[in-house]
Ligand binder design. Structure first.
Ligand code: 3NM
Length: 207
């Protein structure tokens, strides 16, 4: 499920909901293995608009049998019957999420070893999002890139499945895939692609 993990919200496509739905629909038919609805940062939708778009996202992902994760909003995840929930270090504590999200996939973002240790008991956490590997423009207040060395160190520090994230594109994915990750998570590489099927093949290391 983590192999090509597409993430996005309207803030990643200049608020253009129609184009967001178009790109998601194509991605779902082009070999992505998971989608995370991440409506975040200053221009994110909220309230009924967020719920309405979330329902549409659920419909598209369900039709294509793509697991749907919601970023840091358990109520929304439950309301749209998502398959999972993802939280970061400054979101709801992951142990609380694990307790409340029974039966759901749970993902956690970690930047480095110290954060991993500080995250405490990770029982019930299904995978770790590790990054940013490279510089990214898709996340407000993104941390310093950890590079491939940082990814290597995180690999040594945990047995949890790792999905690498941050600044991953067709031209650098090959290096990332050498680091025994379960997959790569991307926003811009797919959201801004004019040829999503080819982009996804690149991200799988197939093209
Ligand atoms: N989380 P792009 S980096 C959502 O480091 C997100 O935890 C990150 O977008 C982290 O593929 C990031 O366009 C943005 O670089 C990834």
């Amino acid at each position: 499920m983590l192999k090509v993990y597409f993430i996005g919200g309207t803030q990643n496509i200049h608020g253009d909901r129609k184009r967001f739905i178009q790109q998601l629909t194509i991605a779902c038919q082009s070999g992505i293995t998971m989608f995370q609805y991440r409506e975040k940062d200053h221009s994110a939708l909220s309230g009924t608009e967020r719920l309405a778009l979330g329902k549409q996202v659920r419909e598209i992902t369900r039709k294509a049998a793509i697991p749907l994760i919601v970023d840091d909003d358990l109520k929304l995840a439950q309301a749209i019957d998502a398959d999972g929930i993802h939280v970061g270090q400054s979101d709801t504590p992951v142990q609380e999420v694990v307790k409340k999200a029974s039966g759901m996939i749970v993902g956690l973002s970690v930047h480095n070893r110290d954060e991993l240790i500080a995250s405490g008991d990770l029982t019930g956490v299904d995978y770790l999002g590790v990054g940013p590997i490279f510089a990214t423009n898709s996340k407000e207040n993104a941390k310093q890139p950890i590079g491939l060395d940082g990814l290597f160190q995180m690999n040594q520090a945990t047995l949890k499945p790792i999905v690498a994230i941050g600044g991953i594109h067709e031209d650098n994915v090959g290096e990332v895939l050498k680091h025994s990750v379960s997959g790569v998570a991307v926003i811009s590489d797919i959201m801004e692609s004019d040829d999503i099927p080819l982009t996804v093949r690149h991200l799988k290391g197939e093209a």
